[in-house]
Design a protein around this ligand. Structure first.
Ligand code: FNR
Length: 344
C-alpha cells in the first residue's frame, strides 16, 4: 500500500482515481463556496498556547460518548452514495471505521442498505435521518435501525431544500445526470473507477428501494426531492421522533445557541455544530466559530459534536479544546475510501 502522510496526499490520490463529475460532487459546496472555504480557514485561524516541560509520558485519545468508551474522538459523518467513489462504498467505510473503533454515522441516502452496513461493521453505528414528509417511512427506518443494532439516531435539520451546488450543475451531476461527450471521455480515462462502478448492482439509495416507481437513483432521487423533502418541518417533528426512539438522539446542523437550546428542549441528547460542510447555506458561519456559543449554551448537560473543515489531528485538538466532545469528518473519509477502500 502506498503511504499517505497528510490528508492532502489522500485527497490527491482520490482525485486521480475519480472523474471530475464525482470529484465535484464530493468536494463542492453551495453557491460561492464561501462557507466551505471558511470552515477550513477557521481552523487555520486558531493557534495553540503550548506549555512545555509538562509530563506527557501517558497520552490517550479516548473519549466517552453516551456512556460508551471510544478509542478516538473522530467519527465518520453521514454522507450518501459512497459507491460513487468506491465499489464497496459504505461497507468498506464501516470496515475501516470499525478497525479504529470510530463511530460511523450512516446516511439515510447510503448506497448500501443500513442492514448490510451493520453486517460489515465492527464498530459503533449511528443512523442519520431527515425529517421527510412520510412519518410511516421514517418510523419504518427507525425500526430497521433499531433491529440492525444502531446505537444512536442523528437527525439532520439543515436541508429544508437542497443547496445549489454550481460544480454539480456545471458537471451535469444532476437528477437525472447530464452526460456530455466530455464527461464520458473523462470517465473513460478513469478505468479503475469505471470498473468499480460496473461491478455489482446499480448505484442507488438502497434504504429507499421500493418507495417509487423505479428503484434506480434517478427515480428515487426524484421521489425524495419532489415528494419527501419537507420545507415546512418544525421542532414538533423532532418531539415526534423523540417519542419513537429511546436511545441517544443527536441533532445535526446546529449553528446558534438558540437552536441548540430548542433541540435539547425537544428531547435531543446531543447536537452536531455543522453547516453541512458548506453544501447547504452559503454564508452560514464556519462551524468552529459557532462552536463556543453552542458549548456555553448547552455543553453542561449535553454532548456537543462538530463537523466541517476538520482535516488533521491538530484540528481535532482545537475542536476538543473549544468544547467539542468529538468531531465528524465528511469529505476526508470519502477521499480515503476512493484512494484505498477500507484501508484508506
Ligand atoms: C454530506 N453530508 C451529509 N450530511 C447528512 O446529514 N446526510 C447526508 O446524506 C450527507 N451527504 C453528504 C455527501 C457528501 C459527498 C458530503 C461531502 C457530505 C454532510 C456531512 O455529513 C458533513 O456535515 C460534512 O461533510 C462535514 O464537512 P467536511 O468534513 O466535509 O468538511
Amino acid at each position: 500500500m502506498r503511504s499517505f502522510h497528510t490528508i492532502e496526499d489522500v485527497h490527491r490520490a482520490a482525485r486521480r482515481r475519480l472523474p471530475k463529475m464525482v470529484t465535484g460532487f464530493v468536494d463542492g459546496g453551495a453557491d460561492g463556496e464561501w462557507t466551505l472555504r471558511a470552515n477550513e480557514a477557521a481552523f487555520d485561524g486558531v493557534t495553540f498556547r503550548p506549555r512545555n516541560l509538562v509530563d506527557v509520558g501517558h497520552r490517550r485519545t479516548g473519549v466517552t460518548v453516551f456512556g460508551e468508551e471510544l478509542p478516538t474522538p473522530v467519527m465518520l459523518a453521514p454522507a450518501g452514495l459512497a459507491r460513487l467513489v468506491h465499489a464497496e462504498g459504505e461497507l468498506d467505510a464501516a470496515r475501516g471505521a470499525g478497525r479504529q473503533g470510530a463511530v460511523f454515522a450512516v446516511s439515510i441516502a447510503s448506497s448500501r442498505s443500513l442492514e448490510d452496513i451493520a453486517d460489515a461493521a465492527s464498530g459503533p453505528l449511528w443512523f442519520q435521518l431527515y425529517l421527510w414528509k412520510s412519518r410511516d417511512l421514517l418510523a419504518s427506518l427507525v425500526e430497521r435501525a433499531r433491529g440492525a443494532g444502531y446505537q444512536a439516531l442523528c437527525l439532520t435539520i439543515d436541508v429544508p431544500i437542497v443547496g445549489k451546488r454550481p460544480r454539480d450543475l456545471r458537471n451535469g451531476m444532476t437528477i437525472p445526470p447530464r452526460i456530455s461527450v466530455g464527461s464520458a471521455l473523462d470517465a473513460a480515462v478513469h478505468p479503475r473507477w469505471l470498473y468499480g462502478l460496473a461491478r455489482g448492482d446499480k448505484i442507488t439509495f438502497s434504504n429507499l428501494v421500493g418507495l417509487a416507481e423505479g428503484d434506480d437513483a434517478v427515480a428515487l432521487g426524484t421521489y425524495v426531492n419532489t415528494q419527501l423533502i419537507d420545507p415546512s418541518a418544525g421542532w414538533e417533528e423532532l418531539e415526534w421522533l423523540r417519542d419513537l426512539w429511546d436511545g441517544p438522539l443527536v441533532v445535526k446542523g446546529i449553528l446558534t445557541p438558540e437552536d441548540a437550546q430548542r433541540a435539547i428542549a425537544a428531547g435531543a441528547d446531543g447536537v452536531v455544530v455543522s453547516n453541512h460542510g458548506g453544501r447547504q447555506l452559503d454564508g452560514a458561519p464556519p462551524s468552529l466559530e459557532a462552536l463556543p456559543g453552542v458549548v456555553s449554551a448547552v455543553g453542561d448537560h449535553t454532548e456537543v459534536f462538530i463537523d466541517g473543515g476538520v482535516r488533521r489531528g491538530g484540528d481535532v485538538v482545537k475542536a476538543v479544546a473549544l468544547g467539542a466532545k468529538a468531531v465528524l469528518i465528511g469529505r476526508p473519509w470519502f477521499w480515503g475510501l476512493a484512494a484505498n477502500g477500507a484501508d484508506g
